[in-house]
Design a protein around this ligand. Structure first.
Ligand SMILES: Nc1nc2c(ncn2[C@@H]2O[C@H](COP(=O)(O)OP(=O)(O)OP(=O)(O)O)[C@@H](O)[C@H]2O)c(=O)[nH]1
Ligand SMILES: [Mg+2]
Length: 367
């Protein structure tokens, strides 16, 4: 499940990408990025640490998230060129970076700092990209109409009608994710990748003297300026000082702790940002463990057991028989699988079991 990092030139996208993935991608010149950077990041996971210890596993593997650092359109400064939108097709969420830090060494493309102005521009570009996309789709359906059988034509006409309605609502400033779509509209959109349907996390890249600023303050400023349709409940705002986070995450743990103490940084904003991405992706975590490996896996909330097995390996999904499950809290109470079995909290679950966050899973399968 990939999150695409977008934002105006020099907003700090690559710096945040480096912080999240502990990467060291060269930031090059201002507005320098030409291609997408792809990387994975993982958060510390205390539940995994506990399971790892309890199993005395030889290896511990955290669940990873994938981030794409998207380039901006060079000639125009547009964030969402058609090329960019095309390469976003498989993204499941957007991480919009807006700049709130002053730095004379890094000129802002608009000539001045204005995070609310930039956020508005970004949100507008997202809506506009969808409006254009639907335009092209409507045109395509209309051109192919003549070749259709009369039975198919009625459906095509209904689709065009529905897409035009959605376009109208987009033009009023409402992203698709907060529209109450009817059945016909949903069906018309089903095979179209629309950007404004994706959940958004907004990383507000603050300067050093604003580290620790309350996210709620930024949120209410954003709502006051852009309204609740744009800053809808699914849109999360996270303040982060990208350059410091990049530095901290490039250090070993002790060094980082020292620098944190020195700067008086109490909160781990990179972690909070990853949390927000997971939350907006509606992603949860289950665990597998043996003496060989303790491992965390991400799954989409609401997934059934076989789908979870498929996250580990597609063979396990195909050959799924059943799963042995211990809820995380039960496991903590018992401390081991033997004890969990003894206390009767190790459950046998079939293919209709809906995975719960924190489940310790053992999938039984045959291929
Ligand atoms: N002072 C300060 N500088 C920052 C911060 N975040 C990024 N920068 C600097 O701003 C410049 C641009 O950052 P990048 O991460 O390259 O920005 P970008 O959005 O990836 O830029 P393009 O890919 O070129 O569009 C770099 O020189 C960064 O070191 C910050 O929080 N504070
Ligand atoms: Mg960049």
């Amino acid at each position: 499940m990939s999150t695409a990092i977008i934002g105006l030139a020099a907003a700090g996208k690559t710096t945040i990408f480096n912080a999240l993935t502990r990467g060291a991608v060269d930031k090059g010149q201002y507005g320098g990025a030409k291609s997408v950077n792809i990387g994975v990041g993982a958060k510390p996971d205390v539940r995994l640490d506990f399971i790892d210890k309890a199993f005395n596993a030889r290896r511990k593997v955290r669940a990873e998230m994938t981030f794409w650092d998207m380039p901006v359109g060079h000639s125009t400064g547009a964030v969402l060129t058609r090329e960019t939108v095309n390469s976003l097709q498989k993204a499941k969420a957007l991480l919009a970076v807006v700049r709130k830090f002053e730095d004379p060494a890094t000129p802002h493309p608009e000539g001045s700092i204005g995070w609310l102005r930039d956020l508005e521009k970004l949100m507008f570009e997202i809506l506009f990209a969808d409006i254009e996309l639907l335009d092209r789709r409507v045109e395509r359906i209309q051109t192919s109409m003549k070749a259709l059988k009369s039975s198919e034509r009625a459906q095509a006409i209904a689709n065009v009608e529905a897409l035009k309605e959605v376009q109208q609502i987009l033009e009023e400033g409402t992203p698709i994710r907060s529209m109450a779509l009817d059945e016909v509209q949903s069906r018309a959109l089903a095979d179209i990748f629309v950007l404004s349907a994706l959940p958004i996390v907004v990383a507000v890249n603050v300067s050093e003297d604003e580290i620790g600023i309350d996210a709620e303050i930024l949120r209410s400023e954003a709502i006051d300026n852009l309204g609740e349709t744009t800053i809808d409940p699914q849109t999360l705002l996270v303040p982060i000082c990208a350059s410091i986070e990049e530095e901290l995450r490039g250090m070993d743990e002790n060094e980082a702790a020292e620098l944190r103490a020195e700067l008086g940084i109490e909160r781990d904003d990179s972690e909070l940002l990853m949390d927000a991405c997971l939350r907006c992706l509606k992603t949860q975590t289950f665990y597998t463990a043996s003496d060989r490996e303790a491992r965390a896996w991400h799954f989409p909330a609401g997934a059934f057991a076989p789908q979870g097995a498929g996250v580990v390996h597609s063979d396990m999904e195909r050959g799924f028989i059943r799963a042995e499950v211990v809820a995380y809290d039960d496991f903590v109470r018992c401390g081991s699988m033997q004890e969990a079995r003894k206390q009767g909290v190790l459950r046998q679950e079939g293919k209709n079991y809906v995975l719960a966050d924190g489940d310790l899973m053992n999938f039984l399968f045959s291929v």
